[in-house]
Design a protein around this ligand. Structure first.
Ligand code: KG4
Ligand code: ZN
Length: 368
């Protein structure tokens, strides 16, 4: 996506964002106006998939090196699209966590160097907060809202009360949803990253041939689980060997259907819990964010649920669901507007939950 005219009014803030937490290197410039609305002026993303594909997943050392090799060029490209020099920036925002430590260091140190060299404030951004606030940039939706965050590393429902104020409701007790898509794709020989591949195959198949489990259905706590579903797909795949394309397509369709009904049930439970936490009479928004929010079947299922419960489903455009730096710049601009900046000694935080007070779900490992 490329930008329009550089901003000029003094109430506007211009922020450079840098994202290097996983396998996308990205830089972007956004402008936030005095009324809190945003616009993307420059936005570039370079995926490293080609470098990781042979290993079937992200290799941390390869990721860190790939970020080093292209980050400076991407920053120059984003600034070029925006048509501004570093002197015009009001702040530099870089992802400080959670994510792979090597990549985080590359991006945060680069952000610090630009901030120091040009005398600009630094904002050390939580990648999850950036996903959480994206709809402010793309759809003009401000907190409070109920958020379903579904990415490669996280699956959570949270009440977003405001910038920096998150109350976690549900979380996964095992795999993240994106991870379940990726592992399912791998075991079906669909390559990496798995989400888009499973979605494309599911479109060619028909759901209903296999009976896959709907994890956690009807449970009182709002948590998620996907490890059993992935294992059930594995057992079906083994029983069918050798798999035809039609088998794979039908398995993907049933996997997506099972995911959708499990997520629908779990989010419905989160809506019950969120209702008393949201201000009486305020608009009810269900926001979905993170890489898996690109999935059309999931979006349609959530849209139907939202309508049933008197909520509006808000989902960023597909291009800003996956990892990008526009969301980092926007989170930076939002924090800057609240006076929240960081020192040049800000650490990287490989693990950084949005709600540090949330109790781990029973059965959960290290994921928050
Ligand atoms: O937010 P994201 O880009 O990176 C993380 O912060 O993790 O999410 C990446 C995840 C991957 O697991 C990928 O397979 C999944 O999002 N994903 C999808 C789709 N597009 C990406 N999952 C299901 N359907 C999709 N269309
Ligand atoms: Zn992400």
């Amino acid at each position: 996506m490329s930008g329009g005219q550089p901003a000029s009014a003094s109430s506007e803030t211009l922020v450079l964002g840098i994202e290097t937490s996983c396998d996308e290197t990205a830089a972007a410039v956004v402008v936030r106006d005095g009324s809190g609305r945003g616009r993307v002026l420059g936005n570039v993303v370079r995926s490293q998939w080609d470098q990781h594909r042979a290993y079937g997943g992200v290799v941390p050392e390869i990721a860190a090196r790939a970020h080093v090799e292209c980050l400076d060029d991407l920053i120059a490209a984003a600034m070029g699209e925006a048509g501004i020099g570093f002197d015009r920036l009001d702040a530099v925002a870089a992802t400080a966590g959670p994510g792979l430590v090597g990549g985080l260091i590359v991006g945060l140190v680069t952000g610090k160097a630009i901030a120091l060299a040009h005398g600009k404030p630094l904002v050390a951004v939580n990648h999850l907060e950036a996903h959480a606030l994206t709809v402010g940039l793309t759809d003009g939706i401000d907190p409070p809202y109920l958020l379903l965050l579904v990415s490669g590393g996280h699956t959570q429902t949270l009440v977003v009360h405001g910038v920096g104020r998150y109350e976690r409701l549900g979380t996964t007790i095992d795999d993240a949803l994106g991870e379940a898509f990726d592992k399912t794709a791998k075991l079906l020989g669909l390559g990496f990253p798995g989400g888009p591949a499973v979605e494309a195959m599911a479109r060619r198949g028909r759901a209903g041939r296999f009976s896959l489990p709907r994890p956690m259905l009807g449970r009182a706590e709002p948590h998620f689980s996907f490890a059993g579903l992935k294992t059930a797909v594995r057992h079906q795949a083994l029983a069918l060997q050798p798999l035809t394309d039609a088998d794979v397509a039908d398995l993907c369709a049933d996997f997506e259907a099972a995911v959708a009904s499990s997520v629908r049930d779990r989010v419905a439970r989160s809506i019950d819990l969120a209702e008393p936490l949201l201000p009486p009479g305020s608009a009810r928004h269900l926001v979905v964010a993170g890489g898996v929010a690109a999935n059309q079947h999931l979006r349609a299922t959530l849209a139907a649920l939202a309508t049933e419960r008197g909520f509006d489903l808000v989902a960023p455009p597909i291009s800003l669901c996956g990892d990008n730096a526009a969301m980092i710049a926007w989170a930076g601009a939002s924090r800057l507007a609240h006076g929240l900046t960081d020192g040049l000694d800000a650490p990287v935080r490989p693990r950084w939950p949005l709600d540090a007070t949330a109790a781990p779900a029973i059965g959960a490992g290290v994921k928050a």
